[in-house]
Design a protein. Structure first.
Length: 235
């Protein structure tokens, strides 16, 4: 029998509402997805727990409850309640390192691109935005369900990668070599930095090589665009 909830004060509704914030997501190890595509992808990844709907789902709720839960401005009738995917840490050879990415749309796009080009994991610095922010999940188009995204001290990650002979390629407009002059490596870690400040100097110092994407007529690229170019070059 389908469960029905009509009160905004219901315990489950309060838990679901808390998932709009990082603290709630981390506490319950749950997050919400809104589009049919993401619900389908979550089901494929076996992380879909429940479908919440004001029409047809595992749990039937009122329009007012659904409105309180949704983030997008578009009309939707189903929301997926998902468990955060769990990934074991493995020795990977093609990875993306992210230093203080703040925009969830950028983070989601980078995760999606990494998955598309065959990278095996994404490591975020401890002060990156949350990978399970709804805007990040949406921008990833479900890639975040199937590629490991870890939150780590990047100094330790870089050291571990280099010990295994994996080249760490930093990105900076200063004191760097043009991308076209960088030797292509099969095993590589690409380090991308904050939208405004770039990669911090103490991390650049650890890189095996630092590159830049040469341009004409403009100073810099959006970090997700720059990341896509680099990932394509080293796929």
């Amino acid at each position: 029998m389908m469960e029905s909830i009509t009160s905004l004060q219901n315990r489950k509704v309060k838990i679901w509402t808390s998932l709009q914030h990082k603290k709630g997501r981390d506490s319950h190890r749950l997050f919400l997805v809104e589009t049919e595509h993401l619900i389908e992808e979550a089901q494929k990844a076996q992380i879909l727990q429940t479908i919440i709907s004001d029409q047809k789902g595992d749990i039937l709720v009122t329009e007012a409850i659904l409105k309180k839960l949704k983030i997008s401005q578009s009309t939707i009738h189903r929301i997926g309640l998902c468990q955060m995917p769990h990934f074991e840490k493995k020795e990977v050879k093609k990875v993306i390192l992210l230093d203080e990415i703040q925009d969830p749309g950028n983070l989601g796009t980078i995760i999606r691109t990494a998955k598309s080009f065959g990278y095996e994991a994404v490591y975020c610095s401890e002060n990156c935005c949350d990978a399970f922010n709804p805007k990040c999940v949406q921008a990833s188009q479900g890639a975040i369900f199937s590629i490991p995204v870890f939150r780590e001290d990047l100094k330790n990650v870089i050291s571990s990668l280099q010990e295994r002979g994996i080249k760490v390629l930093g990105t900076s407009l200063q004191q760097s070599i043009p991308l076209k002059k960088v030797k292509k490596e099969d095993d590589i870690a690409i380090l991308l930095g904050n939208e405004g400040q770039g990669v911090k100097g103490n991390l650049l110092e650890l890189c095996d090589e630092i590159t830049r994407i040469e341009m004409s007529g403009f100073e810099s690229l959006n970090v997700a665009v720059a990341g896509a170019i680099l990932m394509y070059m080293f796929q």
